[in-house]
Design a protein. Structure first.
Lengths: 330, 512
């Protein structure tokens, strides 16, 4: 943490590097406490962040130990009996694991294929817009859904797609005819609805970072390309796309770590008896067994497993990005 | 150097602070339990004012300060589990005595085993042996049961629609089907369009055997209530031909459009809407829904609201009748050992609760303060001064909160019965008791109500959803009868076989 943060927030580092290399070498041999003394204010600024991570991220990890115990709250963390890997064994050999893994992975895959590229495409399209007013207003409009909670989004979906009174459902029925389809209850429509909700809610918000990246592209590059006779398409292909590639890669790596976070609220609200087989994912499972049924140890074990997969995915995609010649995250 | 030490001091200080804050919540002084009683209970609206008139009256009666944590009913289960996981248990907790996290905590010694301890206290001593037995967990009494009427199931029907289609109140399942068909096809609302359906069913939040409309219908067909004896052994109710027959019958309803098409997704909170809006004509639920709906119609059109009638449990086609009873209680009040450590302290708490459940206390909890928000008229309580905002607060505190603390008198069984506001409501209320006493004669009780199979607790996350989900899928037509049977087999394979064995053993040991 400390070594990462210092060069980022410390302008003196830049000054130092512009000078002769001699002081650099001297710096390297200086003991740590002198560094601490020299950049004391920066370290002081770092402290709240450090304390935050310690108190809210690292200390609670002590609680992970209950994944290896039969935790009974009354007996406490230390009083509960150690059971080793029993809960993990139960998870991997239990009847639910295959279904949970399959559902979670499939949703993750759909997210990568449909939801992840959407903001990039929209940002690129927005970038091509000439009239600033249109661009701004479109941008603002597509941000709005991000600020609605999932509860609202789910209620809207029910209102629009319910088989009894859904406006859109009835409209489609009027167009297509035949038997009424129960979009919100049927298993076949669960995943399309989830993806559609994600697209509607998050695409606009996701464009922000890509628009920022696009704004940072040196306009001289475009001018030079135009002078060389490159058309709109060529400019896009050879300048715009390479310029935002690093951002896309970073976003991809960050997303990969959260792939197994299927968005608990959204899925929980959209689950019915008819679609539970395709809707159950690790997040909802952990909630049901941990909070609803009070099997804290088992729930923690499942959560820990999910976390480990996340770590593997982050390192994996980072490694992959480097292999493909891009700058990784770390 | 100075910076380092300053920094580490700050860090150490903040950590210590945190540690202190963490500790102070849990271990309270032993002596404190004597003059204050902490309680956790469900809430059905606005939380009572801790300094309000009613709370003061209750505190005066029991001679102790009362600190109630009111938790909205919808999240009561979750909040209970989180509370059980924390180190801040209240002295007295309203809890589901068969919830897996509660049982685990109780077995680890977090709660007092009250078996045989309640007889000393006249107002805590079980008034009904059967209910007392129902509220035990494998032979142990972990709490004082909160009484409820023993039979509340019924069918609420649109009275004016019945008259319109020219049918009388159904007495058998076949007559019920005829009514549903007429409600769907004979345009009971008279708007010239075929836009109504017979029965309204919501997305049921509970599992198998949780007093859902499905459970009630299955009982009419002769299926056991949760568990029943077949060939000398207890089997789960869904593993019987009667269960399949009932659902096959209801599946026909769904196919013919006699049930609301969104029965798999309709929120229970919106259950009344299609009834009041005139889309559907029947609801199978607890009898109090009839008065609820009557009140809603009254709100809509105060002059012409007598549109609701209530029918009890129905006869099967062959004339045999099986009624769905309730357990006679709803959750128990358990006493935690965290602050109530010794037998003497337990005795004190029980004495306090005994005062709370006395006749005087029951009146406070279920009716309010006599002369302030109600007056007594024979066996009835008549609301008074309801326009006074202070009195309104008392009434709210009673209805939404304090009534939940009653174990002797409680919801549906107040110390004084509320005097109905109009003739229709009075007739409806009177019907409750008539129907209940009639149906109790044919009630099918759950012989395994008092037991809890360890495997059912351990594997509940896998087992609990299999049957209710399969049932809905079968009803909606998503799976066939053979696939439904496969799901029942899946339940057995996923641990159900063990559950059945344990239930049989436990019932043999402790008796249902």
């Amino acid at each position: 943490m400390a070594t990462d943060l210092v060069p980022e927030v410390a302008p003196p580092a830049a000054k130092v590097s512009r000078r002769a290399p001699a002081p650099k070498r001297r710096r390297r041999t200086r003991p740590l406490w002198q560094d601490l003394l020299r950049y004391r204010w920066l370290y002081l600024l770092l402290l709240p962040g450090l304390v935050y991570f310690l108190v809210f991220k690292y200390l609670p990890m002590y609680g992970l130990s209950i994944a290896f115990k039969d935790y009974v709250p009354f007996l406490g963390y230390s009083g509960s009996e150690w059971v080793g890997l029993k809960h993990f064994q139960e998870l991997f050999t239990g009847p639910d694991f295959g279904r949970l893994m399959g559902n979670t992975m499939l949703l993750a895959l759909l997210t990568i294929v449909f939801v992840f590229p959407a903001p990039i495409v929209v940002a690129l399209l927005l970038n091509e817009l000439r009239v600033n007013v249109v661009k701004r207003s479109v941008q603002s409009l597509i941000y709005i859904p991000h600020f609605l909670s999932w509860t609202i989004v789910a209620s809207l979906t029910y209102l629009l797609f319910s088989v009894d009174f859904g406006v859109i459902a009835n409209w489609i029925h009027g167009l297509v005819g035949g038997q009424k389809t129960d979009y919100v209850a049927q298993a076949d429509w669960f995943r399309p609805l989830i993806v559609a909700q994600l697209l509607w809610k998050q695409t606009g918000w996701g464009t922000i970072i890509y628009l920022a990246a696009l704004a940072g592209v040196d306009s001289q590059l475009y001018e030079a390309a135009r002078v060389d006779g490159a058309g709109r398409w060529r400019q896009f292909w050879h300048i715009t796309l390479p310029s935002i590639a690093p951002t896309v890669v970073i976003m991809a790596i960050l997303t990969s770590g959260n792939l197994l976070d299927s968005g608990f609220e959204q899925i929980w609200l959209m689950t019915t008896s008819l679609n539970r087989d395709v809707a159950d994912v690790f997040d909802t499972f952990v909630y049901s067994i941990g909070i609803t049924q009070g099997a804290f140890s088992y729930a923690t074990a499942v959560g820990l497993f999910k976390g480990l997969v996340g770590v593997v995915l982050i390192f994996g995609s980072n490694f992959l990005a480097k292999r493909l010649g891009q700058r990784g995250l770390f | 150097m100075t910076i380092i030490s300053r920094g580490s001091v700050a860090l150490a200080a903040s950590l210590t602070l945190l540690a202190v804050a963490g500790c102070s919540g849990g271990s309270d002084d032993k002596g404190q339990a004597t003059d204050e009683l902490t309680v956790m209970a469900p809430l059905f609206g606005t939380a009572p004012d801790p300094g309000g008139e009613l709370q003061q009256a209750v505190e005066k009666l029991i001679g102790k300060k009362l600190k109630v944590t009111w938790v909205p009913n919808a999240e009561y289960g979750d909040k209970s589990n989180v509370t059980l996981a924390s180190d801040k248990l209240p002295d007295v907790m309203v809890t589901n005595e068969k919830g897996s996290s509660f049982v685990k905590a109780a077995e680890a010694g977090a709660f007092w085993d009250l078996t045989g301890k309640l007889d000393k206290y006249p107002n805590l001593k079980p008034a009904n042996e059967q209910i007392a037995k129902n509220s035990t967990t494998n032979g142990k009494t972990y709490g004082i049961y909160r009484v409820r009427p023993l039979l509340r199931s019924g069918i609420v029907i649109r009275k004016d629609w019945l008259a319109k289609v020219g049918l009388k109140e159904p007495r058998t399942v076949d007559e019920l089907r005829a009514v549903a068909k007429a409600f769907t096809e004979q345009d009971p609302d008279g708007n010239g369009k075929k836009d109504t359906y017979g029965l309204i069913i919501p997305k049921w939040p509970g599992g198998y055997s949780s007093a859902s409309p499905y459970d009630v219908i299955e009982t009419w067909f002769g299926a056991p209530n949760a568990w029943g004896e077949r060939d000398g052994k207890l089997v789960p109710g869904f593993d019987t031909p009667e269960f399949l027959a009932a659902n096959k019958w209801l599946r026909g309803w769904v196919q013919e459009g006699l049930v609301n098409p969104d029965f798999a997704t309709l929120d229970t909170g919106n259950w009344n809407n299609p009834f009041v809006q005139g889309k559907g004509g029947m609801i199978i639920d607890v009898n109090v829904r009839a008065t609820q709906l009557l009140d809603l119609f009254k709100e809509k059109s105060p002059k012409d609201f007598d549109k609701v009638t209530l029918v009890g449990n129905l006869e099967r086609s062959d004339g045999k009748k099986f009624s769905y009873p309730f357990t006679g209680y709803n959750m128990v009040m358990a006493i935690s050992k965290q602050r109530i450590r010794t037998e003497e302290q337990l005795d004190q708490v029980l004495q306090t609760l005994d005062k709370l459940q006395s006749k005087e206390g029951s009146v406070l909890l279920t009716n309010g303060i006599e002369g302030r928000n109600f007056k007594v008229e024979g066996e009835f309580a008549v609301p008074i001064n309801q326009d006074d905002p202070k009195v309104k607060t008392i009434q709210n505190d009673v209805d939404k909160g304090f009534i939940q603390l009653g174990t002797r008198a409680s919801v549906g069984m107040g110390a004084y019965r509320l005097k109905p506001a109009d003739e229709a409501s009075r007739a409806m209320r009177d019907k409750f008791d008539v129907l209940m006493n009639e149906d109790l004669k044919t009630a099918v009780f759950n012989p395994a109500q008092g037991v809890l199979a360890p495997t059912a607790t351990a594997k509940s996350q896998t087992l609990d959803t299999i049957i209710p989900d399969a049932r809905i899928k079968y009803l909606s037509g998503a799976i066939t009868e053979d696939q439904l049977k496969e799901q029942i087999k899946r339940w057995y394979d996923a641990g159900g076989t063990q559950v059945a064995q344990e239930v049989n053993d436990l019932v043999a040991k402790v008796g249902g």
